[in-house]
Design a protein around this ligand. Structure first.
Ligand code: PLP
Length: 395
């Protein structure tokens, strides 16, 4: 008998992937320009030029054995040192090379961290709306998912709901800001309140509760919005970082885990991360891209391109009567469906060739997610269809 749980996971794609696959098939049928695909968070902005320059320089000047060979299981020491220096320069967090574990992106960072921190049956709190794969990652680590419901309309964390969800069995909490799917950035005030609750509950229950900061969108913020660096607010923090969105490199599978040196048992947690990476087969993240990242540290994508998309979409949709959460970061617009069943709304939008994602699996019903990491022209072309859809509901 094969593993039934894995069979079930493999047989049913995530709703995002399901819709994305539909979009590809539909585009082949009627033409890509007629399908308004807003399903997936695939960055539309080019990687910064420093990436191609780094690849070219490395290939020209470095030995193929270095570039394509194994690194240490936890990543090349020089790369980890450079990343630690970069984190310290930005946030003064005091990490060193032995706080960093190189990974294949945020999905691997999360999978490894959860496996390192959770024992069977322990609880991990997630804040709705949350990235759908958290459930898969937590359950695969043997943990139980506990959902904290957000504040109405702002979708900030509801601190009293959060406090009520913590039990003796709570081992970890995942915070994702800027958030997928709401685009909300949790304010410093919210983060301070959250950390105060965690400190209190750790004392009450006499064991650590770990804060996992899932940060693939950290750099994608608009205006002067600040994203608090969680290690500086709470000692028991593990940062799960990825260059997928920040540098538009999702296909290269590169990121890292940073274990806060301020945590009491940081060496043991780091070793457990190494052990989890080993047990899951996530050792030696792609070598070439480890070295590319080292060379291109500090490079940035042009966030203004996403901001322009956000402004066009948000302004038009609110004018047509949609209720949207104004995103401060990431590249998603969280929109209240025009009927209570988001799935029915999705079907109706689909009949106008608009493909958005119903958010029930993200832990909030009655909302859809629009991924606006697409060419601006697609948004402009889709606006009449969004308008017609809103008008249909007014009739
Ligand atoms: N976490 C969040 C919140 C995401 O939105 C994503 C991808 O969309 C991931 C993690 C996984 O990112 P990666 O492609 O780096 O594995």
């Amino acid at each position: 008998m094969i593993n039934e749980k894995m069979l079930a996971l493999g047989s049913k794609r995530s709703i995002i992937r399901e819709i994305f696959e539909y979009c590809k098939a539909r585009a082949a049928e009627i033409g890509a320009d007629k399908v308004f695909d807003f399903s997936i968070g695939n960055p539309s902005v080019e990687p910064p030029k420093e990436i191609a320059e780094a690849i070219n320089e490395l290939i020209k000047n470095e030995s193929p054995v270095l570039l394509h060979g194994y690194t240490s299981a936890q990543g090349d020491a020089g790369v980890r040192r450079a990343i630690a220096d970069d984190i310290n320069a930005k946030f003064g967090a005091g990490v060193d090379a032995n706080s960093i574990y190189m990974t294949c992106g945020a999905a691997a960072s999360l999978t490894i961290s959860l496996r390192a921190l959770l024992n069977a049956g322990e609880e991990c709190i997630v804040f709705a709306p949350f990235f759908t794969e958290y459930r898969v990652f937590i359950e695969n680590a043997g943990g139980r998912v506990v959902i904290s419901t957000p504040m109405e309309r702002t979708f900030q964390i509801d601190i009293s709901d959060f406090e009520s969800k913590i039990t003796e069995n709570t081992k970890a909490v995942i915070v994702n800001s800027p958030n997928n799917p709401s685009g909300v950035v949790y304010s410093e005030e919210t983060i301070k309140a959250l950390c105060a609750v965690l400190e209190k509950k750790q004392k009450e229950y006499g064991h650590p509760i770990y804060l996992i900061a899932d940060e693939p969108y950290r750099e994608l913020v608009y205006g002067d919005v600040k994203v608090p660096y969680l290690m500086n607010y709470y000692a028991n923090t593990v940062v799960c970082y990825s260059y997928s969105k920040a540098l538009s490199l999702p296909g290269e599978r590169i990121g890292y885990i940073a274990v806060s040196p301020k945590m009491e048992n940081s060496t043991q947690v780091y070793l457990a991360v190494c052990g989890a990476g080993r047990s899951l087969g996530y050792v030696c993240a792609p070598s070439l891209f480890q070295h590319v990242i080292k060379k291109a540290l500090g490079a940035k994508v042009d966030v203004n391109i996403y901001k322009e998309n956000r402004d066009i979409l948000y302004n038009a949709l609110t004018e047509y009567g949609y209720e949207c959460v104004q995103p401060d970061g990431a590249f998603y617009l969280f929109v209240k469906a025009l009927e209570s069943d988001a799935y029915k709304f999705y079907e109706r939008a689909k009949s106008k060739e608009i493909l958005v994602v119903p958010c029930d699996d993200f832990g909030v019903s009655g909302y859809v997610r629009i991924a606006y990491c697409v060419d601006k022209q697609r948004i402009v072309n889709a606006l009449p269809a969004f308008k017609a859809l809103a008008e249909e509901y007014k009739k």
